[in-house]
Design a protein around this ligand. Structure first.
Ligand code: BGP
Length: 461
């Protein structure tokens, strides 16, 4: 069968500043939570490989953008580093950072690649985290001003903006499950941080509307994890519904529809865990929904009812409401450990079509992490057929969703090149282009050549 995609479909990839730029203490960049945390716990996740150099995009962006063009990209998502642009998070703009982002944007445009800029991809300036991060109203104001600065500086050329990448992840990682700084466990704070990031996103959107960017759109990128119940037993269904409310609808509803699901509000209220907010906050959220939605999809969530009553003296976390389970017969990515379930991408998009006004969307991340890819090198090229199969499998379902009327504009792979991961540094590789971190040499993988054909033919068969 031939899978053709709509004309003008965006074929590209996504990255983020901390994960590719390097130059973490060069040219006036301030410290962010990652630079700081790595110094505290260099071996906890990162195996002694920190964010100082990563894939050196800061110095090699020209060469990299040429490679993007070579492998057929017509669009590319990168993030602006707040701590590079405004060291310390507030105050003077760093001229060197402005030059760098101008160069990147201009280079992309000259190569016919549409830039999509993310304002925040997990990289809080450390000074801002030390005054409370997104728990603090002052930090929300500072984020808003940073966003405004970005629109003013780059909005004449960047027409696609993203307020946040996966905003739930810093809340989960930093306030519930110990994989981001500040590394605490506090469900109430996590909920407040979630609410405040939704609010911050609305504040940025409000600024965007006031700016004089013409023909621009602003959206958000959410990691949506369809929540599949083990069975149709009411207890399993309820568990899956709660997981969906907490992990998907807590962002999807306010960002797209401007309001929170009543069931979520009731649930949090009954546990005395509503965040602190004002009527004005709710108004602002209501009036500043996104123009489009980025969907990151890696794996589904398999949910069943709790088997054991949670310990009433234990710490209260979302795990009180459901258990995750291993679905018999599930397919795993053998090189990283996540379930592969391609239909998830279709289920997400049909849900967006039917329940979220079929808002314009695109797949902003999807990808396959692989440990030890060197073992697949033949004739100097990584023969990553598994990645090609992974992409194809998802594109077949994406194609079906589009055929059934879903308003999807593009597909971006995570990632353009191998990069530094927030939970395992360079262990798992995701790129279409490999990076040798000792020499910084780039080599296109087999998947990169395949992606080029995909983009050229606007589809595959
Ligand atoms: C997403 C993030 C990316 C990226 C990716 C891969 O959640 O938006 O920044 O890191 O996951 O995950 P990992 O690096 O943990 O394998």
């Amino acid at each position: 069968k031939e899978y053709k995609f709509p004309e003008g479909f965006w074929w590209g990839s996504a990255t983020s500043a901390t994960q590719i730029e390097g130059a973490a203490s060069e040219d006036g960049k301030g410290m962010n939570v990652w630079d700081y945390w790595y110094k505290q716990v260099p071996n906890r996740f990162f195996n002694g490989v920190g964010p100082e150099v990563t894939s050196d995009f800061y110095h090699r962006y020209k060469e990299d953008i040429k490679l993007m063009k070579e492998i057929g990209h017509n669009s590319f998502r990168f993030s602006i580093s707040w701590s590079r642009l405004i060291p310390g998070g507030v105050g003077e703009v760093n001229k060197k950072a402005v030059d760098f982002y101008n160069n990147v944007i201009n280079e992309l445009l000259e190569n016919g690649i549409m830039p999509i800029a993310t304002l925040f991809h997990f990289d809080m300036p450390i000074e801002m985290q030390h005054i409370g991060g997104f728990e603090s109203r002052q930090v929300l104001e500072n984020y808003k001003n940073y966003a405004k600065t970005c629109f003013e500086l780059f909005g004449d050329r960047v027409k696609r903006w993203i307020t946040f990448n996966e905003p739930i992840v810093p809340a989960e990682g930093g306030y519930l499950y110990n994989f981001h700084y500040p590394d605490i466990v506090d469900f109430k704070k996590a909920i407040q941080v979630c609410f405040n990031t939704v609010l911050a996103s609305a504040m940025a959107i409000n600024e965007f509307k006031k700016s004089n960017i013409k023909d621009g759109k602003i959206g958000i990128v959410l990691n949506l994890t369809p929540s599949y119940p083990r069975s149709n037993h009411p207890a399993d269904l309820k568990a899956a519904e709660i997981a969906d409310l907490l992990f998907n609808r807590s962002f999807l509803d306010p960002c797209v529809k401007g309001e929170y699901p009543e069931k979520l509000v009731e649930l949090l209220k009954s546990y005395n865990h509503l965040p602190v907010y004002t009527e004005d906050d709710l108004e602002l959220i209501k009036n500043n929904t996104v123009d489009y939605l980025g969907v990151n999809y890696y794996q589904p969530r398999r949910v069943k009812a709790k088997e054991n009553m949670p310990n009433p003296y234990g710490v209260f976390t979302p795990d009180w409401f459901f258990d995750e389970y291993v679905m018999p017969g599930r397919r795993m990515n053998p090189y990283r450990g996540w379930e592969i379930y391609e239909k998830g991408i279709y289920d997400i998009l049909i849900n967006v079509r039917d329940n979220y006004g079929n808002i314009e969307s695109y797949i902003s991340e999807n990808g396959m992490g692989v440990e030890g890819e060197e073992r697949f090198i033949k004739d100097g090229v990584i023969q990553d057929d598994y990645r090609i199969d992974f992409i194809k499998g998802h594109l077949i379902w994406l194609h079906k969703a589009i055929e059934e009327g879903c308003n999807v504009k593009g597909y971006h792979l995570w990632s353009f090149m191998d990069n530094w991961s927030f939970i395992n540094a360079y262990k798992n590789r995701y790129g279409l282009v490999s990076v040798d971190i000792s020499t910084q040499k780039r080599t296109i993988k087999k998947s990169g050549y395949w992606y080029k054909e995909l983009a050229k033919n606007n589809g595959f068969s």
